[in-house]
Design a protein around this ligand. Structure first.
Ligand code: ATP
Ligand code: MG
Length: 413
């Protein structure tokens, strides 16, 4: 779990602003859920036979009442829980987003942390391929906005439940024939979650996986039409994609469209965004059946990509560094600082004393537009010295003129 220090946090703030604008431009509304939920919610929503539930959750017992709780490993379960609990789907479908920390007990490495941050986007109550495609188009627009290149879109369809059951039977029969070659994870999942075996990253498994029966061959017409419609919209918008028949979600409630945006520039942790349709989840969590679709982006991975492209932490936004020395001057300085802030300016009031020279050095390094300098003689005369820090002559001016003069300086660029 990492600290995000001020030298990095500016980039996070900038990124969060861009993301918020982008989400609002598609009509998504913010929702904020607690970081902790009953463990049972995640078991039910994510599935018992998954990496997350089997080995990645931070679960604990509430020592006051014995409740079994878990730090959220992802946001979809909490979001759907909140929507059902507050009956948000009663009147209209919902386009929602959230962002924040998620927790998974994984082996930390580049692009993989135990506390990481996701932006999650969910469209609940929409059945058609148009919303699947809209989500993908949204992502494409965000990459464009951020100047991210070199990401590839992979899509697949998981069809509907009946097709997956037909495929599952064939897959189990096939994998049983190759039982000796399965690794421990695969052997364990053979009967509980065979689809997930197709997602194995173990090189030794790749040959068996390549020869496995294809879900694509079992799809019903309606699911195929849905998938075709998604592709048609993507083509109409010139969004390039690859169909990756091995892109899966190993849970019963995932169906039809799945997609991932992948880059080769972050090593093995190359998926920056993953999503798809999960028409079964709302019912699984106890609601009336409703279609749903969503995706989540890993913020650390996206920021790593931006940093690779040379993006730097923006300097702190500061308008005025206020330098002061002398008893009268010090008293006046804090009043002036508040007056400037009243007009909307960002003001750093020097604290801790020191010579004019050492204070000016700090002002020069502060990224402020200007220094306002107050000594006792200025204070006595009702004046201040205004010194532009990005070119220009310093001037002594009347105190009453200061807000206007600083305003002009700051708005020049
Ligand atoms: P992976 O196959 O990389 O483990 P996942 O399928 O577990 O990914 P999702 O649950 O789909 O990942 O999460 C969506 C996104 O969140 C991922 O594409 C990735 O960008 C990010 N993400 C997931 N786990 C981590 C982590 N431990 N640290 C940083 N980012 C993560
Ligand atoms: Mg994972």
């Amino acid at each position: 779990m990492n600290d995000i220090l001020p030298d990095e946090a500016g980039l996070w703030l900038w990124f969060e602003d861009v993301v918020r604008d982008w989400l609002e431009s598609y009509g998504y509304r913010n929702i904020r859920m607690p970081l902790v939920e009953p463990t049972a919610l995640f078991k039910r929503a994510i599935g018992e036979v998954t990496d997350i539930v089997e080995k990645e959750m931070y679960s604990f017992e509430d020592s006051l009442n014995g409740d079994q709780l878990t730090l959220r490993p992802e946001g979809t379960a909490s979001c759907v829980r909140a929507v059902l609990q507050h009956n948000l789907l009663y009147n209209a479908p919902q386009r929602l987003y959230y962002s924040g920390p998620m927790f998974r007990h994984e082996r930390p490495q580049k692009g993989r942390y135990r506390q990481f941050h996701q932006i999650g986007v969910e469209a609940l109550g929409f059945a058609g391929p148009d919303i699947d495609a809209e989500m993908i188009l949204m992502c494409a627009r965000l990459w464009h906005k951020l100047g991210i290149r070199d990401v590839v879109l992979q899509i697949n369809t998981l069809g509907d439940l009946a097709a997956r059951h037909r495929h599952r039977d064939k897959l189990i029969a096939y994998l049983e024939q190759h039982k000796d070659a399965l690794d421990a994870d695969a052997a364990r999942r053979l009967h509980s979650n065979p689809l997930r075996i197709l997602d194995s990253k173990n090189p030794a498994m790749q040959e068996i996986i390549a020869g496995a029966p294809r879900l694509m061959d079992e799809l019903d017409d309606e699911a195929l039409r849905h998938f075709e419609a998604v592709q048609a919209i993507l083509r109409r918008h010139d969004v390039a994609f690859e169909i990756n028949p091995r892109l899966v979600r190993g849970l019963d409630y995932y169906n039809r469209t799945v997609f991932e945006w992948v880059t080769t520039r972050l090593g093995a942790q190359g998926t920056i965004c993953a999503g798809g349709r999960f028409d079964g989840l709302i019912e699984q969590i106890g609601g009336k059946p409703q279609p749903a679709c969503g995706f989540a982006m890993g913020m650390e991975r996206l920021l790593a990509l931006l940093q690779e492209d040379g993006m730097e932490n923006p300097p702190p936004p500061l308008d005025v560094y206020l330098v002061h020395q002398g008893e009268q001057a010090n008293a006046l300085a804090s009043v002036v600082a508040e007056q400037l802030r009243d007009t909307g300016l960002k003001v750093l009031l020097h604290c801790g004393g020191g010579s004019f020279k050492s204070q000016m050095k700090k002002a020069d390094g502060s990224n402020a537009w200007c220094a306002v300098i107050i000594g006792d003689d200025e204070a006595a005369a009702g004046q201040v010295t205004l010194k532009p820090l990005r070119g220009g002559e310093q001037q002594r001016i009347a105190l009453a003129e200061l807000p206007r003069r600083v305003g002009e300086l700051v708005n020049k660029e």
